[in-house]
Write a new protein. Structure first.
Ligand code: SF4
Ligand code: SF4
Length: 342
């Protein structure tokens, strides 16, 4: 598979990365097969996170025995402070069985409060800087779903890599963030290239994404067949056709009224409802291990039942989503899923 220069990191990475969320759902043996098949297909870039349960451990097992220079590994810590960050990093290294991680993100900097916490003295960013100096991390990175925060942190000069959602529905990064990353020579990982499991046309998704030569999409993959299908599309590099563009317009109109971009501009909710987590229940259930999904989303759904229908959040949602109605739909989806499961 074609390799691209990954911005100022100067790493040579494959045209797509392997996203490490869905392998949580399969056995260790199956996950190891997916990782080895990816490497065999020329995918040398794998992205995971401290919070993805046993994903780091399975990836570490899959990479065992390979020459270190033959793969690029990226992971993330959700810590706010340096102490927790150091604990997460040490555990990531141990689970992966590595002496260093190429790219390590401050995971999901989605609010001003979290941004301020990680950048404060004694915050997680200090841990990240020290780990780079100590050789435990090669390149500092962050991920976010908030465009203003992402743009600000990209311009800060503190990071070499940014990770932001990008697919043909969630395309806010197109105008400013992707060109800015290119201008600043930052590596750009396009997260959720298939809408966090909600877009099922891999051909259309990758024909759209491959138009952008400065981004690396990281599809989450748990099956060899999916991996081969996506790698096959990427290898052929088919152009986006006029018919594709029409289809994308149609899907944008169809999904737009219910598509949550997880930007959290709708907060704060007076009832403390984590709106984006609730609206992401369907995607979460599709990608995460069922027990983890239950622990991540179950409490959010319980909170959502307390919605007062005050509609305050709707005034702040730039995508004009009918939030209380969508919360109700997520609750119904969740109840249906768990009544079937249990
Ligand atoms: S409508 Fe519901 S979710 Fe929105 S702000 Fe009011 S209580 Fe919170
Ligand atoms: S409901 Fe709207 S404002 Fe809130 S996270 Fe989703 S897209 Fe963003």
């Amino acid at each position: 598979m074609e390799k691209l220069r990954f911005g100022k990191t100067e790493l040579a990475v494959s045209r797509i990365a392997l996203g490490g969320i869905p392998i949580m759902r399969v056995s260790k043996a199956e996950a190891v097969k997916v990782v080895r098949e990816a490497i065999g297909l020329g995918i040398n870039f794998i992205d995971t996170a401290h919070v993805y349960a046993d994903s780091e451990e399975k990836i570490g097992e899959g990479l065992r025995g390979l020459r270190r220079e033959d793969f690029v590994i990226s992971s993330k810590s959700p810590a706010n402070d340096k102490k927790a960050f150091n604990e997460h990093l040490d555990l990531s290294l141990k689970r992966l069985g590595l002496d260093y991680i190429d790219i390590y993100h401050l995971h999901n900097i989605g609010s001003e409060a979290r941004r301020d916490a990680v950048l404060a003295p004694g915050g997680a960013f200090e841990g990240l800087q020290e780990a780079v100096k100590a050789g435990k991390i090669r390149f500092p990175a962050f991920s976010s779903h908030s465009l203003p925060i992402a743009l600000e942190l990209m311009k800060s000069g503190l990071f070499s890599v940014v990770q932001f959602p990008f697919n043909y529905i969630d395309h806010d990064a197109e105008k400013e963030a992707i060109p800015l990353a290119k201008k600043l020579d930052l590596g750009f990982i396009a997260m959720k290239p298939m809408g966090g499991g909600l877009l099922d046309n891999a051909g259309l998704s990758f024909r759209y994404l491959l138009q952008y030569d400065s981004i690396i999409p990281d599809p989450g993959i748990e099956k060899i067949e999916e991996l081969e299908e996506i790698a096959g599309i990427v290898e052929k590099k088919p152009p986006l056709t006029a018919k594709d563009r029409e289809e994308i317009e149609k899907l944008r109109a169809e999904f737009g009224p219910s598509w949550c971009h997880r930007c959290d501009y709708c907060q704060p909710c007076p009832q403390g409802i984590p709106i984006s987590a609730v609206l992401g229940a369907r995607s979460n259930a599709k990608r995460f291990d069922p027990a983890l999904s239950l622990s991540m989303i179950g409490p959010a759904i319980a909170k959502a039942r307390e919605c007062l229908d005050c509609r305050d959040c709707m005034k702040r949602c730039p995508y004009h989503l009918e939030i209380p109605k969508l919360l109700g739909e997520s609750i119904a989806f969740w109840d249906n899923l768990h009544s079937k499961a249990g």
